[in-house]
Design a protein around this ligand. Sequence first.
Ligand code: PLP
Length: 366
Amino acid sequence: MTYVTKVYYPNKEKFKAYIDEIYDNGWLTNNGPLVQKLEKRLEEYLGVKNLLCVTSGTVALELAYRVLETKGEVITTPFSYVSTTSAISETGSIPVFADIDPETFNIDPENIEAQITDQTYAIAPCHVFGNACDIDAIDAIAKRYNLSVVYDASHAFDVTYKGQHILNYGDISAISFHATKIFHTIEGGAIIIKDDALYEKAKVIRNHGSGGPDSVAMLGINGKMNEISAAMGLCMLDEESSIQNDRAMSHEFYQEALQDYVQLQKRNPEASQSLTYFPIVFQSHEEMDQVRKALYEKEIAARQYFYPSLDTIPFVEKRMPMPRSQDLANRILVIPMHSGVESLVVQTIQETLDRVRNQPTTDQPS
Ligand SMILES: Cc1ncc(COP(=O)(O)O)c(C=O)c1O
């Protein structure tokens, strides 16, 4: 079976050499030398400052709200992975949804303002499938109402916006380095914090709130990345350009072959093209389902992603339905961008849609 994501294994010999180094150092976790090296190399590679590696993208998001400390309402997108929302609930605030733009799949800034109350303290958009949000509009709203902006940039490792890495925007960005991502550390993630004082505070919270060997300075968590994860990250960084080149070829192929058959995500023209996912949207849920089944018969597991729309999940307040997000979640599929299955994927999609769309309806004259 071919799945949407495939874990990339970098050069084994290089990874083994790092494992030897870990044994020689006798340092397996607790801000070890490889974690420090990875943080420095990532800051250089991405052109960001104040980056901290943590145990997952979810923990990076949770750390963001712990650092901001405020409790209240956070306006977020219903079309994302569950962690974008659960991190808000988990740290004691209330996620309030603003519906998306059906073409970009990102939170629509026009819907954010209507959800602001005197309890709102932050906006938490996601750059969905690495497509840059309307950063300028979100920034203007945040300034007008004195709100913090926490971006879920989990899909945006390879994205620049207006010439800078996208992680430089907003007050805080969180990113996932899960094994399925374009850059990974097996499990892991990072937080990037604009404000220096908040960055220092995040270091303390990441390490159990420790104020030193004999003191506890504040409430903390265990968010520390281990040395083996850091070693994987260092190996991945060395191979990033070839990983991204391979994806670029798949992306171009799909773009060309599918643009007349399905709806493609409308990209932010100010940002570079993310190569992390290739989402396609069908005219109806039935169409999507037929294509999904046809692909599955050929052992290709395209994924309805993101699904379900987060305004429908159990632990959130149901203030109002998010029809655009629900509609998109019902009609979207993400297809694999690896393993040389691209031609088969395209052929199957085209044949299925030709068949489904040309089926005569019963009231047509024969
Ligand atoms: C948009 C988004 N946010 C957050 C996460 C959570 O990241 P992690 O699995 O590293 O906790 C993911 C993971 O897939 C994601 O896709």
